[in-house]
Design a protein around this ligand. Structure first.
Ligand code: SF4
Ligand code: SF4
Length: 282
């Protein structure tokens, strides 16, 4: 299991522990300040971070490695994510009491467009203290043409939206706001999300892989390669000899998105701990 499961989940999945979503954690003034700053200056600070990643990539290997470890260490304290498959998103939606959708700050910066791929979640029915802090600051970046501000969704509406995100190949990730408090779920891709770019492309991890790993049943696989189209991590390989697809366990993040493209149902998720190689890769 990942580091946070041991530190914040008592050996169970930390993101399935309701206590990590609790408003009690918001009595910490530093956390409240962090959320307020994140909501009010997200676009500006993310623009700088996108620029910072480009500069980091040009540095000599040794310096880059030291800086990358420092960034990861800091992010684990304040704003760190983990990939979570849709079954567990459904479990999270089962115990939270409010779900709001907002425009993604990353897409605002990387595409200059509003894309409503981010969700705020709370145990409180009205969005909780997180919603109040978030609403009280200038979140004009979240104002859309049809639904300004925080857009409230039912569990069913949110789940349906996540199924659509899967068809677009977007990978679900939970996020802390001063760890271990979880208040957001994003839908990421490699080209437009700072977190995935940082973690996968630039080797500066700001999120863990899922607790899962994909497996392909060769008996069911027809070799259609539709799954490869959706994998953001290049973890699926096609064998011309066997006309089958296989999973590279070193690359698989366990998001499960590939399953949504597989008509014969040849792909399943297994516990990451069941694989000697993948169990050590986070
Ligand atoms: S989508 Fe399914 S059947 Fe098609 S190649 Fe991938 S695993 Fe095989
Ligand atoms: S192969 Fe792994 S990383 Fe790629 S889409 Fe499937 S579960 Fe996600």
């Amino acid at each position: 299991m990942c580091q946070f499961c041991h530190e914040h989940g008592e050996g169970k999945k930390w993101y399935l522990q309701a206590k990590n979503y609790s408003d009690d954690l918001l009595s910490d003034a530093r956390r409240r300040k962090f959320i307020a700053e994140f909501a009010s200056s997200g676009v500006e600070s993310l623009s700088k971070e996108f620029g910072g990643l480009k500069k980091l990539a040009k540095l000599p290997g040794l310096i880059r490695g030291v800086l990358a470890r420092l960034v990861t260490w800091k992010m684990k304290k304040v704003h760190f994510g983990q990939v979570v498959p849709i079954e567990e998103i459904e479990q999270i939606f089962g115990f939270v009491n409010s779900i709001v959708r907002v425009a993604c700050i990353c897409r605002r910066v990387s595409l200059g467009k509003e894309k409503r791929y981010c969700y705020g979640i709370s145990l409180e029915p009205d969005g909780g203290e997180f919603g109040r802090i978030f609403s009280s600051v200038d979140h004009s970046y979240a104002d859309g043409p049809h639904s300004p501000g925080l857009e409230r969704l039912t569990r069913e509406q949110a789940l349906e939206a996540f199924r659509q995100h899967e068809k677009e190949g977007l990978c679900h990730t939970v996020w802390t706001f001063h760890t271990p408090f979880i208040a957001g779920i994003c839908n990421c891709d490699r080209s437009d999300c700072l977190a995935m770019r940082s973690t996968v492309t630039n080797a500066v991890p700001v999120m863990f892989r899922a607790e899962w790993l994909a497996r392909v049943d060769p008996e069911k696989c027809t070799g259609c390669r539709q799954c490869m189209r959706l994998c953001q991590f290049g973890a699926l390989t096609f064998s011309a000899g066997s006309s089958k697809v296989a999973v590279d366990e070193r690359r698989c993040y366990g998001c499960g998105i590939c399953r949504s493209a597989c008509a014969p149902g040849a792909i399943r998720l297994e516990d990451r701990r069941s694989d000697a190689v993948a169990s050590g890769l986070w």
